[in-house]
Design a protein around this ligand. Structure first.
Ligand code: HEC
Ligand code: HEC
Length: 289
């Protein structure tokens, strides 16, 4: 589709109008389709949709303003406490996996600190990302959940997500901030070198001598979820509240595979035939050697 057509289409279909129309359709179809998520449509005179997992924090400060749509993107952010969010994500993990743990912890924390619209978001919709999306072992769900929330609160999501993924690849998970209350203290740590669930999990399981379906592995991923949630809060606090976010992640800081990028990745490269910031050597040989 050409850009002009696309712009016209976007103009004619504001997101809110689209959601509201979809809601009317669903209601009209009267087949019991839940309208969860279709908050703030002016035709929606019924009770606002209720969170159905019973995990929403009780202390919701603000209700959805009457007859008002969802706020403009990005949504408001207020300073959060990384340790509190880490603990929340650690506990949420066992209820819905790593993506749910991170997105749920961040959103529920914001429901307490900011209120609307976070108190209206059904966090169950982040369960799909566990185990690298429905057990496919692709992007670690903790990063998927964090990225969704980063994208919620800032237009500059790319540079923050870039920083988060770079940090993830280098961090020895899990941290020891859970020692007082976790199921398995003193766990082995591993550096994944990759944002993929598959590599992150199998490297750890191999080093720890544990099976994927062991309780130890679940505890490791619960802690990792908390670590990622806490790091996300640190980055958002720095970027959006304290104004001292300094990106340390740079594409030219990739050691032994840096030279692959120069030919294969980016508009300026000779081939420009690869999208990846991951370590190429996890999966390819160096054909220059
Ligand atoms: C000096 C430029 C240059 C660098 C550096 C470079 N490549 Fe290539 N690469 C090429 C060219 C040219 C081809 C052949 C492209 C074609 O035939 O379409 C190629 C092909 C490939 C292919 C296709 C299969 C094959 O082996 O032919 C892979 C995979 C690949 N490169 C991975 C890498 C990785 C991984 C690195 C870094 C370790 C790397 N490349 C570094 C230029 C480069
Ligand atoms: C997680 C594993 C993984 C990582 C990391 C990865 N690749 Fe690949 N790459 C693949 C697979 C799998 C294919 C498909 C191979 C095929 O079809 O033969 C592929 C395809 C390619 C191809 C095309 C191969 C061809 O036959 O023409 C190039 C070039 C390439 N990768 C370069 C890179 C570079 C450069 C990086 C690092 C920036 C990288 N890849 C990172 C797994 C990976």
């Amino acid at each position: 589709m050409d850009e002009k057509k696309l712009a016209q289409l976007e103009k004619s279909l504001s997101r809110r109008k689209f959601l509201c129309d979809a809601g009317k359709f669903a209601a009209g179809a009267a087949v019991g389709i839940s309208t969860i998520g279709l908050v703030g449509c002016s035709t929606n005179t019924a009770e606002p949709p209720k969170e159905n997992d019973g995990e929403k924090p009780e202390a919701q400060q603000t209700a959805a303003p009457a007859n008002q749509g969802l706020p403009e993107w990005p949504w408001p952010y207020k300073k959060l406490d990384p340790e509190k969010v880490a603990k929340r994500a650690y506990t949420y993990y066992r209820k819905g996996g790593c993506m749910y743990a991170v997105a749920g912890a961040l959103i529920d924390e914001m429901a307490e600190v900011v209120g609307y619209p976070y108190n209206e978001l059904p966090t169950n919709m982040y369960k799909y990302g566990g185990a690298g999306v429905a057990y496919w072992g692709t992007l670690c769900g903790s990063l998927n959940g964090a990225s969704a929330v980063i994208n919620m609160v800032t237009k500059d999501f790319g540079k923050i997500i870039n920083e988060l993924l770079t940090w993830y690849c280098e961090f020895p998970f899990p941290s020891d901030r859970y020692e007082e209350y976790c199921a398995h203290p003193g766990q082995v740590t591993t550096v994944s070198g990759s944002p993929l669930c598959h590599i992150s999990v199998s490297k750890w399981a191999n080093a720890a001598g544990k099976k994927i379906h062991s309780d130890e592995k679940a505890d490791r991923c619960a802690k990792l979820s908390g670590d990622v949630a806490a790091k996300t809060v640190e980055l958002l606090n720095a970027a959006l509240v304290d104004g001292n976010f300094t990106p340390t992640a740079a594409l030219n800081d990739k050691g032994e595979f840096e030279h692959c990028l120069s030919c294969h990745t980016g508009e300026e490269s000779t081939l420009d035939n690869v999208i990846a910031k991951q370590n190429c050597l996890d999966c390819h040989d160096d054909h220059n050697k």
